[in-house]
Design a protein around this ligand. Structure first.
Ligand SMILES: NC(=O)c1ccc[n+]([C@@H]2O[C@H](COP(=O)([O-])OP(=O)(O)OC[C@H]3O[C@@H](n4cnc5c(N)ncnc54)[C@H](O)[C@@H]3O)[C@@H](O)[C@H]2O)c1
Length: 384
């Protein structure tokens, strides 16, 4: 029997590394593609290189990480060609006899609004052209495989800010106009006539192309529009990964800047495992060109002020002498195009994939894991 095989781009990042782990546990051989461009975007503190080495150590021959830039079509083609070829190449003598490449999970990206505006061409080339390269190679070499793309809720631009938003004590809330019922965002929200940010627009280009390869070519492509994706393996940076960066600041006692909205902006947070489990359920029964919102939903939503409280509480439970951290400044200006409030509606995915168990990792549990992860990185003397 051939070895089930997947290509995972961004394999050292938060979602990519969780995908590698998940698929290897399912018996897959995983070819990872990551050039540690995260350290170019956000500095060496945000590098994902160490995650690659620890996975290599843990998974041995089942994980084959390659340092390739997804903008480099020729190098990517060597991988697709190699895994499906009858001729001798870097994957062995007759890879096509050995490997059954049936899943491409594309998570590599430039993921930040603010960074994108610094270098729009780089942002577009990574997010849009990189995705195009992978789609086209999938069509040419393994058109029957699943192609999973991690898009973003920023494809809706600032349209969610035009909902009926009310201010509560610690958070904003979007409610229906008449009955004031709390809302969630589903996939019918328009992605047109809105301010996306440069990042949001490059992701729209990729998102629409992934859908088109499903609709036009009939391929098993799927778009997951993420809310906040979190988990212990997130290398938080000020410009990306709010919860991871906030926790890093609190645990290491650093200053944190809140960009506008009084710290009451709301995000829904999905643990990387729950998201990758969505990918897996899609792969069992793929629907061409599907689009799903994928966040933590209402139960896993938090404002920044509430998140600070939760982290302080968890640290106090661990160490009753913990002095609550409050070293933050709430700036007047919000990030351009940033959401005031966003909570994903997961109904469409639940209806299409009733076997998916739903969100299994609570926000509290996720924060606990992230706190432990940050503590584990502290120098030994500061933990003692
Ligand atoms: N984390 C979030 O809150 C969030 C929210 C919505 C959507 N998303 C999307 O989910 C996906 C995964 O996000 P993440 O948080 O895991 O990001 P991440 O930054 O942790 O991981 C992305 C990985 O891709 C690699 N990479 C970047 N450019 C590359 C290139 N040109 N070639 C090869 N590798 C490259 C990086 O080095 C990094 O290891 C991205 O598409 C992102 O836009 C993330």
């Amino acid at each position: 029997m051939k070895q089930k095989t997947a290509i995972v781009t961004g394999s050292s990042g938060l979602i990519g590394s969780q995908t590698v782990k998940f698929l290897i546990e399912k018996g897959y051989y995983v070819v990872g593609i990551d050039n540690d461009m995260r350290s170019y975007f956000f500095g060496k503190d945000a590098s994902t290189k160490h995650s690659e080495s620890s996975m290599k150590q843990e998974y041995g021959d089942m994980f084959n990480p390659l340092n390739i830039d997804i903008r480099d079509y020729e190098s990517l083609e060597l991988v697709f060609k190699g895994l499906t070829s009858t001729e001798s190449n870097m994957f062995g003598k007759a890879a096509s006899e050995e490997y059954d490449l049936d899943m491409i999970v594309h998570t590599a990206a430039q993921p930040s609004h603010d960074w994108a505006a610094k270098e729009p061409l780089t942002d577009f080339s990574v997010n849009a052209i990189g995705t195009m390269n992978l789609l086209e190679l999938t069509r040419l070499y393994v058109p029957k495989s699943s192609f999973v793309f991690t898009s973003t809720n920023k494809v809706y631009g600032d349209t969610p800010n035009r909902l009926n938003i009310i201010e509560l004590e610690t958070r904003y809330e979007a409610v229906s106009n008449l009955k004031q019922i709390p809302l969630e965002v589903d996939e019918t929200m328009s992605i047109d006539h809105t301010k996306h940010s440069i990042f949001g627009a490059s992701k729209v280009a990729a998102d629409v192309m992934v859908q088109e390869y499903g609709r036009y070519f009939g391929m098993n492509t799927v778009v997951f529009r993420g809310g906040c994706l979190t988990g212990p393996n997130h290398q938080g940076a000020e410009l990306h990964g709010f919860l991871a960066y906030l926790i890093k600041c609190i645990v290491t006692n650093r200053h944190y800047n809140v960009f506008g909205y009084k710290g009451k902006q709301v995000r829904d947070n999905i643990h990387s495992w729950d998201l990758v489990n969505m990918f897996w359920h899609y792969h069992q029964n793929p629907i061409p060109g599907a689009v799903y919102n994928a966040g933590g939903g209402r139960d896993n939503s938090t404002s920044i002020l509430e998140a600070i409280d939760s982290v302080n509480q968890i640290l106090s439970e661990k160490d009753p002498s913990h002095t609550p951290w409050n070293d933050y400044t709430i700036l007047d200006d919000n990030r351009i195009g940033d959401h005031i409030w966003y909570i994903s509606d997961l109904t469409k995915f639940k209806n299409d994939y009733p076997e998916w168990p739903g969100i299994t990792v609570s926000l509290e549990e996720t924060i606990k894991q992230m706190v432990e992860f940050e503590i584990s990185k502290l120098p030994v003397e500061s933990v003692a």
